[in-house]
Design a protein around this ligand. Structure first.
Ligand SMILES: [Zn+2]
Length: 206
């Protein structure tokens, strides 16, 4: 069994004050920090995903001057900018815990962490597909947290399930762009075979 804690896109631009700030983003970062440190031993790997867009590009139509906040967005999470950095509390996890860094969206829209790579696509160095990494591991069970519940958390959870993983979304460690639609969203997750729960139910993917 391979137990994963997925921490999706907890970045400055997705927290209050950022280019696409989500209300509750800072609080989510604090709660994930506390949870990850307390429960690191419950997991085989902690995966930090990062929306990581190419500078000077609309990233395949992902950025728009008049965004619709569904398919097009203001400029956000550009590689090398402070907005694109992980939230400081999440970045600091890698000082104390072993983490896998996954970057996605370099030159293209990418909501799911499963579209990302292990490594730095802006460096020209080698990268490894995270989806392949998942495929190489047995009986993957993933707890998915982070930002935003209704975009990248949802997409990551759905792709993990499609890849055969058992998946739970920890709703208290996530926040939505459109919180009014959260009931519908949770139904959608459950329809796709994804469990939803809270972090106090702390057996991974139980
Ligand atoms: Zn993006």
């Amino acid at each position: 069994m391979t137990r994963l804690l997925m921490i999706v896109d907890v970045q400055n631009d997705f927290c209050e004050g950022g280019a696409l700030g989500i209300e509750g983003g800072h609080t989510v970062a604090e709660h994930i920090d506390r949870y990850a440190r307390a429960h690191a031993d419950d997991y085989d790997a902690i995966v930090l995903t990062q929306d990581f867009h190419q500078p000077g590009s609309d990233n395949g139509g992902h950025f728009a001057d008049e965004p619709d906040f569904q398919d097009t967005w203001p400029v956000h999470c550009v590689a090398g900018t402070s907005g694109g950095e992980l939230h400081p509390l999440i970045a600091a996890l890698s000082d104390d815990l072993e983490v896998i860094r996954v970057r996605k969206g370099y030159g293209m829209p990418a909501y799911s962490g499963m579209e990302g790579v292990i490594g730095d696509p802006s460096s020209g160095g080698p990268t490894e597909s995270f989806a392949e990494w998942v495929a190489e591991h047995e009986d993957v069970q993933a707890d998915v947290t982070g930002l935003a519940l209704d975009f990248c958390v949802q997409a990551t959870a759905r792709d993990l399930v499609a890849a055969g993983a058992r998946v739970r979304v920890l709703t208290d460690l996530s926040a939505a762009v459109h919180p009014a639609a959260s009931a519908e969203l949770l139904e959608d997750l459950e329809r796709h075979g994804i469990l939803t729960g809270t972090s106090d139910q702390n057996t991974p993917s139980a």
